[in-house]
Design a protein around this ligand. Sequence first.
Ligand code: DMA
Length: 316
Amino acid sequence: MKRNLIVAANDVNRIRTDIVNVVKTFGAEYSETVIEEVFQVFSDKFVNNSFMIRTSNKQPDKLNCSLRYHEEDEQYLGFGWDVARKSGLLSDRGRPVDRLVPEICETFPVIADGVDFDVKYGLGKIWQFLRGVVSVEQAFKLSSLPKSVTAHAGFFKKYHLDALYALGIDYHHNSVNFYFDTYHPEHHTSEYYKNLLQDLQFQLPSHKLLEVLKNNGEIALTFNYSSSRIERLCFYMPFLTREAVPQELLNPLLKKFVEEAPALVDNPGFVVGWSFGPKGGKGTYVKVDVDYHNRTVPLFVKAHSQPLPKEFTLTL
Ligand code: DMA
């Protein structure tokens, strides 16, 4: 027992040191106080669950940094939101977004949750992972969602964005992410991504990236409460090692992150998210997450290779 506590304390210290090294190396803005407050409450979760250090090139000359864990133990369902509220890391501002987590839990069987912390401003997002997948129409009954979600019913149908497997509630940006499984054969063609982005008048990627997207594992759509449009799309792909990441598609800072990102394993995996937004806007950038304990990439692969319920296979 005593030994476990010592090991855990050492791991917490190592994770914390690694994070401070990342923010210093890559010029990410951070607050020592924010990191301290987050670690006071959530450090055990970073040691004992899948844990990722995320960076992105949202800004051209420096990277940002966030920490995220995904709960793996069902007995802790609801812990993230509960503890965040009780500790004061998440306050109730009376907005619809603040009502969403309890509403999702009352409406759907949730299998796991996860929490995302920015090193500058603290708790940003809470995810709710659904048991299996549910059809997106079922989510329309959540009354606290932005109105723009149901307004896109036809769009979801057209692009087979219907196998919903998680929701991300973003308290900092006052928005909601819908995460879909890429089960349909069209999800694995370049044409699909070209059409989807063109339809939204979003920036188009290079031919090379369109080819890479054939292997896309998951699609996220971001909706907010102030616009009738989809704010952003993101396509996520897991990579098992540093060498597997298509570094030729990354800018020099992100490439350096892939080469040097700290981890508790020798050669960690990564999840790369290709984000797209309206032309000329700030929604087009690349997100890179290092799989610190090598637990998230296997979970990601497993989650997206489960057989889907009949209603999804029937539409093929
Ligand atoms: C990643 O969401 C979550 C999963 C389940 C792949 P994100 O952090 O990329 O969302 P955003 O960047 O929109 O906050």
